[in-house]
Design a protein around this ligand. Structure first.
Ligand code: S3P
Length: 450
């Protein structure tokens, strides 16, 4: 498991060009939710295309610990036999969510309105992340949380015996917090209402509706108001997980900055709450097109075609777009390094509490590689140096953060000298086939130091 074994250094250097088809894995957000909602249904859910990364596997193990049957049928197909809403059993062991903030926060929400107690832990990254944002609203349902100072893991949640429904305005733009409250609301009688001022990824709302819950979403001047009627009987589903736009970001950005490249990334969900990076790249002048645009399972889907784009311009990314590309700022900052002019990224305070402080992690590595970065608490600006002008030639820290590791490996494809990441093992949390897939496109990523 990432962060538990010996570090795996990787080095990325210039290659001739990237060409071919990049079949990226299933969507991480939808994979977690498929397992959890499957576990809460009465009967058998089938999932095709589940992301088999460490984060999601940890959620599968957790669902087993709460009493659901979860079986890997092979070839990306999984079967979940659920216990029904309110049917969770008390786990006999500590629940280890590894590196996954989504896993732990969604599962805490799910169990918080059942009369059971569970203790959660994770790796060093997850144990440093704030959980108060989830345990505060869960307390309103009647659950109690006992964690380390600052609301950190390891943490024990004592579920509410007689949960009450709540109305909660999410104070930070976070789909994890919104989802934890909705999942808790499933086992509370009456209507639970969640209000979010800024729209965040809406997979939980869409999937709850798909599993047969009564859920109404209204767009009001105060924001999105989501009303869920508690204690439904969820009906098992056959789910086809779309490919992950956040993983697609890496081959797309690699192609954009690597001379002569032309890469097709098929079947990528373009749900507007997730697709902000692609809009931003196009505004910067990237040669990125949507082919075969269609609807699948109620979501817009396209094949992305990315080609080398030598005339990139820095832009000011609109802050209101932040939630729709929150996981993509690290790799955007890499592309911005090769653009002409400054790329301004504002309204991104949440980047400081991800798997690492992503502004700090990227700024340190970019500066070491010769790029000027200015930063404040909720903003950062990357001064592009243009193609052929980014020195590289350094070793950077991945800080137990998969997206930091992948971003710097993408960067090494266009820096003058190779880029080394001190530990690439965290990549297995979300994109276990990254190394092989990038190699099949023609990248020059090798294990070891420069
Ligand atoms: C996720 C929500 C986001 C995102 C994470 C996945 C989800 O986190 O960064 O990778 O699946 O709900 P926040 O809710 O903390 O913004």
């Amino acid at each position: 498991m990432s962060g538990h074994g010996a570090p795996v250094p990787m080095t990325s250097r210039k290659c001739a060009m990237l060409k071919g088809v990049a079949n990226v894995p299933g969507d991480k957000s939808i994979s977690h939710r498929s397992l959890i909602l499957g576990a809460l249904s009465v009967g058998e859910t089938r999932i095709l295309g589940l992301l088999e990364g460490e984060d999601v596997i940890d959620t599968a193990k957790a669902m087993r610990a709460f009493g659901a049957e979860v079986e890997d049928l092979g070839g990306g197909e999984w079967r979940v036999h659920g216990v029904g809403v309110g049917g969770f059993a008390e786990p006999s062991q500590v629940i280890d969510c590894g590196n996954s903030g989504t896993g732990v926060r969604l599962i805490m929400g799910t169990m918080a309105t059942s009369p059971i107690t569970a203790t959660f832990t994770g790796d060093a990254s997850l144990c440093s992340r704030p959980m108060g944002r989830v345990t505060d609203p869960l307390a309103l349902f009647g659950a109690r949380a006992y964690g380390r100072t600052g609301g950190r893991l390891p943490m024990t949640i004592v579920g509410a015996k007689d949960p009450v429904p709540v109305t909660y305005t999410v104070p930070v733009p976070s789909a994890q917090v919104k989802s934890a409250v909705l999942l808790a609301g499933l086992n509370a009688p009456g209507k639970t209402v969640v209000i979010e001022k800024e729209a965040t990824r809406d997979h939980t709302e869409r999937m709850l509706a798909g599993f047969g819950a009564e859920i109404v979403v209204e767009n009001t001047p105060e924001g999105r108001v989501i009303t869920l009627t508690g204690q439904p009987e969820l009906k098992p589903q056959d789910i086809v997980v779309p490919r992950d736009p956040s993983s697609a970001a890496f081959p797309v950005c690699a192609a954009i900055i690597t001379e002569g490249s032309d890469v097709l990334v098929p079947n990528i969900g373009l749900n507007p709450t997730r697709a902000g990076l692609f809009t931003t790249l196009r505004e910067m002048g990237a040669d990125l097109s949507y082919e075969n645009l269609r609807e699948e399972g109620g979501e817009p889907v396209a094949d992305l075609r990315a080609r080398y784009s030598p005339d990139l311009k820095g832009i000011a990314v609109p802050p209101e777009r932040a939630a729709s590309m929150i996981d993509e700022y690290p790799v955007l900052s890499v592309v911005a390094s090769f653009a002409e002019g400054k790329t301004e990224m504002r309204g991104v305070k949440e980047l400081r509490v991800k798997e690492s402080d992503r502004i700090d992690a990227m700024a340190m590595g970019l500066r070491a590689a010769g790029v000027t970065v200015d930063e404040g608490e909720d903003w950062w600006i990357v001064e592009g140096r243009g193609f052929g002008n980014v020195p590289g030639g350094v070793t950077v820290e991945s800080r137990l953060d998969h997206r930091i590791a992948m971003s710097f490996l993408v960067m090494g494809m266009a820096t003058e000298k190779p880029m080394t990441v001190d530990d690439a093992s965290p990549i297995a949390t979300s994109f276990p086939i990254f190394e092989g897939l990038m190699a099949s496109l023609g990248s020059a990523i090798t294990r070891g130091n420069r």
